[in-house]
Write a protein that binds this ligand. Structure first.
Ligand SMILES: [Zn+2]
Length: 310
């Protein structure tokens, strides 16, 4: 009895420790595993995304470029930890808060890496990059000084399905599982540690912008990701956590989509469904696991789903 009890107490202590160590703090780098760092960005005040960086024998791989000003902040924090060169920066997708800081990393000598869908997205949303007049970059430059003072540098090292960094010490697999938050989402998967950097394909809180992806395929994509059985999820926005974040993200999209589908099948049009959004919201918020995903994007999410399901 006693040894078994000790074992039980031992494992309880371990899991408590794991929980405590996963409790992040905005702006404070956290070493999730040896040489693997997570940084929760200041979303509220600065609109920042979360970052990660992995320290290999000879170089550093950064997960997400963030905004230009945020990239400088992150770089300074990396420099407090290691003087190894930042050789690669991944854009988990094309959005400004994940990719507009590319120029900062490039100036460090880093190559910007992304799934090839990121370039296709940039061709659609960043016409200014191709000499065709203003797009999203110009829109942000009018609002953000750091963007106005920088320039858009697209990724130059592209992969179709996966790209693997492995120096015998660290192994990071960059994988595209399909359309989700955008058409170019990349996950950074560390199989030895079971750590997943998900970009905005999986967030922890009311941050699901759905305009550039496809919500039905998003669910399928995240189901494929779930098969990896990650132990730690470093989301694109919000707190770091365990595999439950992935479960809740899937459940939120699926639950909302089921509500919308039932109304579409009932013959309701966009206007009628939009008018029902307070009722749908109340229903979703009754589910404790996913209530925290309901936020300012809610009506736009419903609209997107109606367009997909009609
Ligand atoms: Zn995004």
């Amino acid at each position: 009895m006693i040894p078994r009890l000790r074992l039980l107490i031992g494992s309880l202590t371990c899991s408590l420790l794991a929980l405590v160590s996963l409790r992040g703090e905005v702006g404070k780098p956290q070493e999730v595993a040896p040489g693997v760092w997570f940084h929760e960005g200041d979303l509220v005040r600065k609109g920042q995304c979360n970052n990660g960086w992995i320290i290999f024998n000879d170089y550093v791989l950064v997960i997400d470029a963030n905004w230009p000003s945020a990239a400088k902040e992150i770089l300074a924090k990396i420099r407090q930890i290691t003087d190894k060169p930042v050789r690669f920066a991944l854009d988990s997708h094309h959005h400004g808060d994940h990719a507009y800081g590319n120029e900062v990393w490039r100036a460090q000598g880093a190559t910007i890496v992304a799934h090839e869908g990121v370039i296709q997205e940039m061709q659609t949303y960043e016409p200014g990059l191709y000499g065709k007049g203003p797009g999203r970059w110009e829109e942000e430059a009018a609002k953000r000084k750091d963007v106005a003072e920088s320039k858009l540098a697209p990724p130059t090292l592209l992969f179709p399905d996966a790209m693997i960094f492995d120096d015998g010490q660290q192994r990071v697999e960059l994988i595209h599982f399909g359309i989700a938050h955008t058409h170019g989402d990349a996950f950074a998967w560390l199989p030895k540690e079971g750590i997943l950097f998900s970009g905005d394909a999986c967030v922890n809180g009311p941050y699901n912008y759905m305009g550039d992806g496809h919500t039905g395929q998003w669910i399928q994509t995240l189901e494929s990701v779930r098969a990896l059985k990650p132990k730690i999820i470093c989301p694109g926005h919000g707190l770091i956590g365990g595999p439950e974040i992935l479960d809740h993200q899937i459940e939120y999209i699926r639950s909302l989509r089921n509500e919308v589908r039932a109304l579409v099948q009932d013959g309701k049009d966009l206007e009628a469904i939009r008018a029902m959004s307070p009722v749908i919201k109340e229903k979703i918020q009754l589910n404790d696991r996913i209530a925290n995903y309901v936020g300012s994007f809610f009506e736009a999410q419903i609209e997107k789903m109606v367009l997909e399901l009609q």
